[in-house]
Design a protein around this ligand. Structure first.
Ligand code: DGL
Length: 274
């Protein structure tokens, strides 16, 4: 009989942004085997409708469950907003989902203004409205949809003049409105954190929920006695729906660990009907 504790953790995102969450899980849970799907061929999700995102994420989650994942991590705020409850109903393993860290940001802000950098889909979602209503009452939320920053990171660009000026433009608009705390509400933006901090200045706190997600994964697995107690064997495995050669270069810049990269099998790459 196979030991369920040795099964891998499955993580996915619209593209390479979720590698930031994968990195936190890798550091916190070094015994765990990790699987990751980058849906780069269908990114960005941030400008798409819910049915499109639902269909892509359902296919990816089915693939990861089929590959033996003992838990699924939605490392994409946009996907969480679109389909976290539906995904929990669809698959039998626990689902851990990331969402913008509005609650700690509201607690940390002194000016009473919190800035959120996220995708259009996340910001327009009912889930985000509920999150703000529940945890940021009395705090003003100012937001920026940043599809340009998602594209930058998908190209592996995380430094240089182009990236700096694009980040600075978004941050300046949040600062003009007195935000003193900035939430990175899209996993791609973790890779631009240094530029956000530089543009915002030393008085602004930048909040990135990746580590909190890794802690939640550990908590859920521990509660089910599913944490691996043995050193993992083999490399982390990554699949992409984008070009594998280009993906290898970009992932190599963002993900410092040894890994195998392969194309996601064609059965899971069907373009969404909507
Ligand atoms: N990384 C994703 C997120 O956290 C979204 C990027 C996209 O637009 O696809 O929201």
């Amino acid at each position: 009989m196979t030991d369920a504790r040795l099964a891998p953790i499955g993580v996915f995102d619209s593209g390479v942004g979720g590698l930031s969450v994968l990195d936190e899980i890798r550091r916190l849970l070094p015994n765990e085997s990790l699987l990751y799907v980058a849906d780069s061929g269908f990114a960005p999700y941030g400008e798409r409708g819910t049915p499109y995102i639902e269909q892509r994420c359902a296919a990816i989650a089915d693939f990861l469950v089929g590959a033996g994942a003992k838990t699924i991590v939605i490392a994409c705020n946009t996907a969480t907003a679109a389909l976290a409850p539906a995904l929990r109903e669809r698959i039998a393993v626990p689902v851990v989902a990331i969402e913008p860290a509005v609650k700690p940001a509201a607690g940390a802000s002194r000016s009473g203004v919190v800035g959120v950098l996220a995708t259009q889909q996340t910001l327009a979602s009912e889930r985000f409205t509920r999150l703000v209503g529940a945890h940021a009452a009395g705090v003003e939320i100012v937001s920026e949809a940043c599809p340009d920053l998602v594209s930058l990171v998908e190209r592996g660009v995380t430094s240089g003049i182009e990236a700096e000026s694009m980040v600075a433009a978004h941050v300046a608009r949040l600062r003009e409105r007195r935000a003193d705390t900035i939430v990175l509400g899209c996993t791609h933006f973790h890779f631009l954190r240094g530029l956000v901090e530089k543009a915002a200045g030393p008085d602004v706190r930048v909040i990135d929920p990746g580590h909190a997600v890794a802690l939640e994964v550990r908590r859920r697995l521990a509660a089910r006695e599913l944490l691996s107690d043995q050193p993992r064997n083999g490399m982390d495995r990554i699949w992409t729906t984008g070009d594998v050669a280009a993906g290898n270069v970009v992932i190599g810049k963002l993900w410092p660990w040894p890994r195998e990269l392969a194309p996601l099998p064609a059965a899971y790459c069907m373009p969404p009907a909507a």
